[in-house]
Design a protein around this ligand. Sequence first.
Ligand code: FAD
Length: 323
Amino acid sequence: MSGVWVGLETNNGELRSVAFEMLTAARRLADASGAQVCAFVWGEGAQDSAKALGECGADSVVVVELSGDASARPAEVSAALAQLAAEQKPSVVLLADGAFSRSVAPALAQKLSASFVADVIDVAFDEKPVFTRLPYSGKVIERVAPTDASALTIASIRPKAFEAAQPEEGRTAGVSTFAASPVAAARVLQDVVRAVSERVDLSEADVVVSGGRGLKGPEGFKVLEELADVLGAAIGASRPAIDEGWIDAQYQVGQTGKTVAPSLYIACGISGSIQHMAGISASKYIVAINKDPEAEIFAQADYGIVADLFEAVPLLTQQMRDM
Ligand code: FAD
């Protein structure tokens, strides 16, 4: 197999933990096939992140310099990666699954006549790269491999599906820069408003406290926030809480929301629909708080508390504070 590429974007000047998880996936493919891992990184602080990428498994690092126009970023990144890939012919390009990769990856695949495999949770090498994903709300395990071993596959990696690569003493990578050409792209004429939250990112959180229709209104989330503050957790929500306008759509967990894989998922006033469970099945422990003992979620939760959440959650918060 020729090169394994990893495309990485910094967030507020730093690499997200998914960057190091992708290096784990890339190294597994490269080590099994004798290929090299090349990391492409762009965004604020990209140059500063190059050293860490080398220590954690990249054989080489390319800092991609962009024009700085945020609305042209996906078009510039896909044009730059397409140009470099056409010259250097990697076998695999990995991107982090999310809104950005969903716009970059199909454009890149179209430019290079490559395949795109979304939301990958595992990789292996068996004469060809093999990508595992869980379509149909996780009801099916699908393993995808290119029909032609020399074909390029672009894959997006689900956050928290892999262990993060750790620095290895003495490991370094050669670092170069590539200046992306400005491209004609749709421009945002008004402001781009970014939701700012001091909490951990939902898809990367180790603990998630999530609420559903049982919260009865936006005030219910205040009760959850107190528990989340004590636990250092992210807040999540089921779809009805979003549809009712109780909380912003970025917090939705499930089939049409975010997929999470925390060590602990605390579901409060959530019934356990298949669409919600599709987004949380990779959680290590699920704790359900529901006043209905027959609620579907108890069949899948590791621990269940049959109680009114407005009594149980403040008690839990107090217990955790006192610990
Ligand atoms: P409900 O099913 O109404 O459950 C509320 C629960 O709260 C009940 O079990 C009740 O016993 C409990 N409760 C009430 N009061 C209290 C109290 N005081 N204390 C404790 N417990 C209490 N849903 C998602 O969540 N995410 C998705 O991504 C998603 N995508 C969808 C995609 C499609 C195509 C479709 C058709 C649906 C999707 N849904 C999704 C909606 C999904 O089918 C369910 O309707 C939804 O998950 C139910 O949310 P809920 O559990 O909060 O509400």
